[in-house]
Design a protein around this ligand. Structure first.
Ligand code: SF4
Ligand code: SF4
Length: 144
């Protein structure tokens, strides 16, 4: 069922964030050219579907984005809670962050890549299960 897949994605996202947290906290605050200030709107339809299916609300519209850099970048970093961020924000690892992660332990980067692979696979599964459940009338279609 799609709700079980959404829960599995949620727990893997937490694992991926925890795994990279010490390195992110170590290097990102000192970054001279933060990735979040070089991007704009990053949400895909799967991100929006995950938000909706996990009970989170999308409170913005793409058309309203005028600010330079990501709309959610605040003075203390990302202002969104973990599960409301687009998947690319969890899986983007710049070369500096990757170096720090590799230095932190020999297996950490491969564990992280495996988590990203699993989350990507489950996001595809979430989409298929949602379509089947909508077609069967088990779920109301969601406006993406
Ligand atoms: S992930 Fe890389 S580019 Fe982004 S803020 Fe951290 S160090 Fe900078
Ligand atoms: S949503 Fe958060 S983590 Fe993602 S680009 Fe924007 S500020 Fe950065």
């Amino acid at each position: 069922m799609v709700c079980e897949t959404v829960d599995r994605i949620g727990s893997l996202v937490v694992q991926a964030a925890e795994l990279q947290r010490p390195c992110v906290e170590g290097i990102c605050p000192e970054c001279k050219d933060p990735c979040c200030s070089r991007v704009h709107y990053l949400y895909t339809e799967k991100d929006i579907l995950y938000l909706r299916l996990s009970g989170r609300r999308q409170t913005w519209r793409r058309e309203g984005f005028m600010k330079k850099g990501c709309w959610f970048l605040g003075s203390k970093g990302c202002s969104l809670e973990l599960h409301s961020r687009p998947f690319i924000c969890h899986s983007y690892v710049c070369p500096d962050l990757e170096s720090a992660i590799r230095e932190s332990g020999p297996e950490v980067m491969s564990q992280l890549r495996e988590l990203f692979r699993l989350i990507g696979m489950l996001r595809g599964q979430m989409w298929s299960e949602y379509l089947v459940e909508s077609r069967n009338g088990k779920r109301q279609p969601i406006q993406l």
